[in-house]
Design a protein around this ligand. Structure first.
Ligand code: SAM
Length: 207
């Protein structure tokens, strides 16, 4: 996109505050080709994808070439407007673009996989809860570990945090960490619920 980048447009700070977007969460920044390739390799022709925070739709367009349908949700109207203007009548029929705050909308119940590329995400737990409630089965994201991408199986319940005595954990609230003395640092992380971070926020719903 030409001209001033969307994060520097006048009024963005107030817009982001109105949308509960903090700590760069409302800033658009694309990721590298390797990250996009990792996402695309995990998408099949029968998948219905929701991309949360779709930016200038560059990944959404490529997702639409592989998947049955793509819902691309982006809060920033300047980004969405410019992207749609550039795409014009080439907009694929299976790419449904929604300019809205993903925290505010109901998620469709046909999503099979969600994509959340947002290292500064402050609302991971809320997105994950909404995706699980909508029946989504997988989440491809860099939001928890901040580097690289992970594929989270949303159909599996997490282990209560208290049951982990040694090893890495990744929580449904978005927090990650290590429990113990470093004796199992090579083992993959355990998916947990009710970690210290979400308990301290008093927002964890055990139902
Ligand atoms: C780091 S950028 C990544 C854009 C795109 N996923 C990509 O990889 O090219 C994150 C995007 O998420 C958008 N965003 C952040 N919070 C959002 C929300 N609650 N609802 C919709 N979009 C959001 C931001 O405006 C920004 O464009």
């Amino acid at each position: 996109m030409e001209g001033k980048r969307p994060q520097f447009q006048e009024g963005l700070d107030a817009f982001a505050a109105r949308h509960e977007l903090t700590d760069w969460e409302g800033w658009f920044s694309p990721y590298d080709a390797e990250t996009y390739d990792q996402v695309l390799q995990n998408i099949g022709e029968d998948d219905v994808v929701m991309e949360i925070g779709a930016g200038d739709l560059r990944l959404a367009l490529r997702l639409a070439e592989r998947a049955r349908r793509v819902y691309a949700v982006e809060v920033n109207p300047l980004l969405v407007g410019a992207a749609l203007q550039a795409i014009g009548f080439d907009l694929p029929r299976n790419l449904l673009v929604v300019c809205a705050n993903a925290l505010d909308i109901s998620f469709p119940n046909d999503i099979t996989v969600a994509v959340l590329l947002m290292r500064h995400c402050q609302h991971f737990g809320r997105y994950e809860d909404k995706l699980r409630a909508a029946g989504c089965r997988r989440l491809l994201t860099n939001a928890r570990w901040k580097s690289g991408m992970e594929s989270i199986d949303l159909t599996r319940p997490g282990v209560p945090f208290a049951e982990v005595s040694e090893g890495w954990y990744a929580c449904r609230c978005g927090a990650v960490g290590y429990v113990g003395r470093g004796e199992r640092s090579d083992a993959p992380p355990v998916e947990v619920i009710g970690c210290p971070a979400c308990q301290s926020r008093f927002t964890f719903d055990v139902s």
